[in-house]
Design a protein around this ligand. Structure first.
Ligand code: TYM
Length: 343
């Protein structure tokens, strides 16, 4: 019998530094990156170039970028095991993005759901918002990533990345690995607490009671969950019905944290006295998950020198993979290399 393959899958996945990380990011994405970092090679950029596709306050963006690095480490991303870095510090991403822009049809980008949502009713839409998925493709393809663990909302962008890679390979010869989106069965779409029909999102975080920030204190978490929208069925069970989306969302949150099956979760709530009880147990579960993360975050953020060191280490390690790959691409496209060895 042939020996089982020991090749680690290589994953790349990113997160934007605009706004504090919210529970949806954590449960839908970050928690899994942490679980799998021993068995996979992880590349995790904080994608600040993506954030500037919509207007940002420069000082605030700088602060949020470092804050997100601290938060990711607090969530368990281990910089000794995962390559955690800042996207704009590795210039190969932006260069590859330009090259891929030149082989990607505009029509492919105009069809993206997120582009349609974000550009809807906007008087002026930046070109960056349209070409955003090409930069995302560059992030993924430059590391030859075979898996991209994301929440449901990013699946279409990863599928587009495959198309972009395939088109490039067809034109210039085999260059890029075709990556797969890995979307979790549970937690792929954590919904807004104020409106369980839309996904929980940083961009709605200013709406009271919409999201739980990873920096919320226990009282705020309790208040948000207590106020969350439910229904009048008074029945605690999973359901795909639109009317029951609120309870379904609370059970889903509980399920991702406790890692139980749907049956086990429903049985945990068999003795619950109505939705009040459901909310208070879910909020206790969320608080016990988030509280240690918040504590660790505050320790880290008060040590900027150590954070700076870790960022530099991650940037250097990312460049070691990204720069040689970019050289291969530039060579294929015919861009003149003056020194014979690359940059
Ligand atoms: P971003 O910053 O919006 O979100 C980071 C990750 O969190 C997931 N997520 C959710 N999952 C479940 N429920 C939710 N309510 C929820 N909200 C967010 C997202 O799916 C994502 O996995 N374009 C990406 C960042 C990016 C990227 C990449 C991702 C840039 N380059 C390359 C993967 C690979 C984004 O804006 O994610």
């Amino acid at each position: 019998m042939p020996a089982a393959s020991t090749k680690k899958s290589r994953i790349l996945t990113g997160i934007q530094p605009s706004g504090d990380m919210q529970l949806g990011n954590y449960l839908g994405a970050v928690k899994r990156w942490v679980t799998n970092q021993d068995i996979q090679t992880n590349f995790i950029p904080v994608v600040d170039l993506h954030s500037i596709t919509v207007k940002q306050d420069p000082e605030e963006l700088r602060r949020q970028t470092v804050s997100l690095v601290a938060m990711l480490i607090a969530c368990g991303v281990d910089p000794e095991k995962s390559t955690l870095f800042i996207q704009s510090h590795v210039s190969a991403h932006a260069v590859l993005s330009w090259v891929l822009n030149c082989t990607t049809p505009v029509g492919w980008l105009e069809r993206m759901i997120q582009y349609k949502e974000k550009s809807h009713n906007q008087e002026r839409v930046s070109t960056g918002l349209l070409t955003y998925p090409v930069l995302m493709a560059a992030d993924i393809l430059i590391y030859d990533a075979d898996e991209v663990p994301v929440g449901e909302d990013q699946k279409q962008h990863v599928e587009l990345t495959r198309d972009i890679a395939e088109r490039f390979n067809n034109i210039y010869g085999q260059t890029f690995v075709l990556p797969e989106a890995v979307v979790p069965q549970v937690g792929a779409r954590v919904m807004g607490l104020d409106n369980p029909l839309i996904k929980m999102s940083k961009s709605h975080a200013h709406i009271r009671g919409h999201a739980i920030s990873m920096l919320d204190d226990p009282k705020e978490i309790e208040r948000s969950i207590k106020r969350s929208v439910t229904d009048s069925f008074n029945e605690i069970c999973f359901s795909n019905e639109k009317e029951r989306a609120g309870v379904n969302n609370l059970l889903g949150i509980y399920q991702v944290i406790t890692q139980k099956t749907e049956q086990e979760v429903e049985s945990d709530f068999k003795d619950a006295r109505g939705y009040g009880d459901l909310k208070s147990r879910v909020s206790d579960t969320v608080i016990s998950e988030i509280e240690p993360v918040t504590k660790r975050y505050h320790e880290l953020i008060n040590d900027p020198a150590e954070l700076g060191r870790l960022i530099q280490k991650g940037d250097d390690s990312a460049r070691q993979y990204a720069d040689p790959k970019l050289d291969i691409v530039l060579d294929k496209v015919g861009l003149h290399r003056n020194d014979g060895a690359g940059r």
